[in-house]
Design a protein around this ligand. Structure first.
Ligand code: ASP
Length: 329
């Protein structure tokens, strides 16, 4: 029997409605979570580690690095076939992406969770846990690195995003689709991940990296605050192919002059930054100032990549080269 290590962090999959407040709260401990699904022992020998019991809106990049260390140690145990991490869905794509950066192609590391909690009819936690364990136990999944498995679909950490607040099929990989599916017959892969993440040491992230989203005509106050607050880095979620409202160009120039790296991504869910347009605020003008392209990464994912690349102690040019490798730019 393959050994699958389940690491629990909290989230809806570990939640029940508290009768006093009517609120869903993470209360289900690791052993109870696994005991709810006896069929798991027909798929793999299950070992359990409780990492935390939190709503995933309280996950942080520092906790993600600690989670990566826990997972790395479990993967290093010779009997381990794979690791499953139960996690809230709100920030699952960020934790999965962080682990994919920090662990590279080590795996399989399979994130799963639930959209309904254990007090609701149709609770999807058990079936998602079964699917995740099937993937983690399957040698075919080993080369996938870190993936997200919910609703019987397998998504690459780099591509996946939560697309709907409540739907069970909330996780999508825009423009790409899932890597494959998992069903009663096992894992069925339809494509390989587009790119393995370039090597990054398992470092702690630097704090103080801010994600600032462009909206038509919004003043540059948040960029100015980042400058005054001595941010360590800024990610700008720009419009279209990488454009910002014109006053932002001067604010970005000031950030760069202060030695604060600025990564530009697009607020469009599909496509990548191309830096096509000239004129004030246009992407080509920003590129000339020296911003780093975040390619097709989402804002939250580009922020994590910047936090960890800076955590590695790399200078601006090394960080730029890392982003170029990561995005295939
Ligand atoms: N709605 C979330 C979930 O699905 C709550 C969280 O992210 O912890 O788990």
């Amino acid at each position: 029997m393959p050994v699958v290590q389940i690491v629990t962090t909290g989230g809806t999959i570990a939640s029940r409605i508290d009768p006093a407040s009517g609120a869903a709260v993470p209360v289900v401990k690791a052993d109870e979570l696994v005991a709810q699904v006896p069929v798991l022992s027909e798929i793999a020998e299950i070992r359990v580690t409780e990492f935390s019991l939190v709503g995933s809106w309280n996950m942080t990049p520092a906790r993600m690095a600690a989670l990566a260390r826990t997972v790395r140690d479990l993967l290093a145990e010779p009997e381990t076939a794979g690791v499953v991490i139960t996690h809230g869905t709100d920030t699952m794509e960020e934790s999965a992406f962080a682990l994919s950066l920090l662990l590279g192609s080590e795996g399989p590391v399979v994130f799963t969770g639930a959209m309904l909690n254990a007090s609701e009819p149709g609770f999807d936690g058990p079936r998602n846990l079964v699917a995740a364990v099937r993937v983690a136990a399957d040698p075919a999944a080993r080369q996938l690195g870190t993936v997200v498995v919910l609703n019987n679909e397998i998504h690459a950490a780099r591509d996946v995003t939560k697309s709907h607040t409540t739907a069970l099929d909330t996780f999508i990989s825009p423009g790409l689709g899932p890597l494959g599916i998992v069903d009663d017959r096992g894992v069925w892969l339809r494509r390989q991940p587009t790119q393995a993440p370039p090597p990054l040491p398992l470092v702690d992230p630097v704090p103080g990296v801010y994600l600032i989203k462009m909206a038509a005509g919004m003043e540059d106050l948040l960029l100015r605050a980042a400058l005054q607050g001595q941010a360590r880095g800024v990610v700008v979620e720009a419009s279209g192919t990488g454009n910002v409202y014109e006053p932002w160009e001067d604010a970005i120039a000031d950030l760069l002059a202060a030695g604060i790296p600025v990564v530009v991504v697009s607020r469009c869910p599909g496509g990548r930054v191309t830096f096509t347009y000239g004129g004030r605020g246009g992407g080509k003008s920003l590129e000339a100032l020296g911003v780093i392209s975040g390619g097709d990464l989402s804002g939250p994912k580009a922020r994590l990549a910047l936090m960890f690349a800076l955590g590695a102690g790399w200078d601006l040019e090394r960080v730029r080269a890392y982003f170029a490798q990561l995005t295939g730019d």
